[in-house]
Write a protein that binds this ligand. Structure first.
Ligand SMILES: Nc1ncnc2c1ncn2[C@@H]1O[C@H](COP(=O)(O)OP(=O)(O)OP(=O)(O)O)[C@@H](O)[C@H]1O
Length: 251
């Protein structure tokens, strides 16, 4: 099994404040890696490092190397739009565009130049199937996406990502705004998606991290304290601070 992403000596500053401190981590290909840790420890910041979303914030400075398939994504000549196509992101709250279900999924491919109706139809169907949503929406593709339930909207956002054929899916607490049944569906979907994608997920929910992920990284105050196989982290943590966190003693 190979490493999809290698992060070496990563430091990130928001102006004077250092949010990530000398982080070293390798993210395995076609596996699910969960990022856990108390609020403010830098999980979302780290996630945004992986597709350069932090570039959108003023005063952010990144040091170190972040290699995707061996190539540094922070080099000056990197095409950030292409990078974000390869490394897609799903957010806490589903954020479909105010347009039809079909157009939400076709949006990305159209921007990237796909215009052929038949090819788009196929891609939309494939993406909705990939996001386990096709059966629920195939007879109302032209209806507004905002009419879907929250859980369906989140799967639509995943379909929207899949349509631009990424390699890596970043998920920032993708089910925190959802009810338990929708959460379960998202978790099942994530398990299936790992066959084709490398997935990094931020979660506050310890059970969720234990249920869905293969690897777990525990962050505290911007430091990566411990990273390893999820089963190890949850049953035999090496660091006292990890143990305190997963047993609920703080955070
Ligand atoms: N755009 C920003 N400008 C300045 N500081 C920021 C910015 N975004 C995050 N921070 C700070 O960086 C630190 C890490 O924040 P981050 O959101 O990455 O943590 P987190 O672990 O994801 O937290 P949570 O679980 O609450 O979402 C926090 O102290 C936060 O206040």
């Amino acid at each position: 099994m190979s490493d999809k992403i290698e992060v070496e000596n990563l430091n990130l500053f928001y102006k004077d404040f250092q949010a990530l401190k000398d982080v070293n981590i390798n993210i395995r290909e076609n596996r699910i890696s969960a990022l856990i840790g108390p609020s403010g420890c830098g999980k979302s910041t780290f996630l945004r490092v992986l597709n350069r979303m932090n570039d959108l914030y003023e005063g952010v400075r990144v040091e170190g190397n972040v290699l995707l398939d061996g190539n540094d994504i922070y080099k000056d000549n990197v095409d950030v739009v292409a990078l974000r196509k390869r490394v897609g992101m799903v957010f806490q709250r589903p954020n479909p565009f105010p347009m039809s279900i079909y157009d939400n999924v076709a949006y990305g491919p159209r921007i990237h130049g796909k215009r052929n109706k038949k090819a788009l139809d196929e891609l939309v169907e494939m993406s909705l199937r990939g996001a386990a949503l096709w059966d629920e929406v195939h007879d109302r593709l032209l209806k507004p996406a905002l009419g879907l339930s929250g859980g369906q909207q989140q799967r639509l956002c995943i379909a929207r990502l899949l349509a631009v054929e990424p390699d890596v899916l970043l998920m920032d607490e993708p089910s925190s705004a959802l009810d338990p049944i929708s959460t379960l569906k998202i978790e099942e979907l994530i398990q299936v998606l790992k066959n084709d994608y490398t997935i990094v997920i931020v979660t506050h929910n310890m059970q969720q991290a234990a249920r869905v992920s293969d690897y777990t990284a525990f962050f505290l105050n911007g430091e990566l304290i411990e990273y390893g196989e999820t089963e190890e982290i949850f049953t035999r943590p090496r660091d006292r601070r990890t143990e305190d966190y997963i047993t609920g003693r703080f955070g």
